[in-house]
Design a protein around this ligand. Sequence first.
Ligand SMILES: *Cc1c(COP(=O)(O)O)cnc(C)c1O
Length: 359
Amino acid sequence: MSQFWSSIVNTLTPYVPGEQPKISNLIKLNTNENPYGPSPKVLEAIKAHTDESLRLYPDPNADEIKDAISAYFTAKGTPVQRDQVFVGNGSDEVLAHTFQALLKQDEPILFPDISYSFYPVYCGLYQVEYKNIPLTDTFEINPKDYRQSNGGIIFPNPNAPTGRLLALEAVEDILKNNSKSVVVVDEAYIDFGGQSAVSLVNQYNNLLVIQTLSKSRSLAGIRLGYAIGHPALIEGLERVKNSFNSYPIDKLAIKATVASFADEVYFEQTCARIVRSRDLLSEQLTAFGFEVIPSSANFVFAKHPEHNAEALALALRDRSIIVRYFNKPNIDQHLRISIGTEDECQALIQALREILTPS
Ligand SMILES: *Cc1c(COP(=O)(O)O)cnc(C)c1O
């Protein structure tokens, strides 16, 4: 507390990100980073543009990125124009602007009780009222629960930290039954097995889809996220962005992003490799007695009926493996384990074998 703080600062409960320990030889399975590096073409692009032109400000609109993204989705079958794309410094920033520009309404917004824990933090920052909608007993979003009046709806799909996917028809059900509110689908993990709601943006003017380069494109360090939706929604976001930071996307991030969307082969190969490891790890964990929620993401969410989750996380840590543990109601017996390389997954299995076998 300080007498110099603006009064709202006293009310904030900031988000706590998964730790980034400065220890080497650690198997880091706690923040859903991609275990494979970015495409070599991305690294070449960054090197090629690391020159004296960095003295200049970047394009304030990052139009090169918007054009690359619109061309990418158009080629995949959904025509997306430049004015349907918003870009930000990580999807966390896109989310922040979304809360401020679109989700602060007279009625409370809705989101699942178990979902991305940054949402309530933004509600605190922007003073957005919200109502949590419980997941079902099997940790699923039930679209029928979203048939009630609201000021907007947001959920991750696949959900975080459960990894569960909501089918596209169910997303569409939520859109149809909420035509008067904005429905934001946070698709940070969609490339690991889901069907994206981007295919619906030209049908529903209340839909905003947010994606990131941090997970499936292995560029968490670049901080690039984007939103796709009706031009009026995008304009709302642009108005907030241009009242906040004219140049959120630096020049190297622009070049890296464009190069990433140009290398589809690398993207598809690395995503497929992670999906294979996830499915194998899920089987192995199940064989150890874990209850594993079916995952469509690059992590699994699992609990062991006979072992305390926090104790397991600490025992793994003693073996230099870090996973994410949430000390929160309903999920304090689960571990969220990011999918590493094949070797990292096997090291995890070996460590669990030691921990779970009575000596
Ligand atoms: C990782 C994640 C984000 C944030 O991604 P950045 O683009 O790195 O800011 C947003 N939403 C969900 C659900 C995530 O898991």
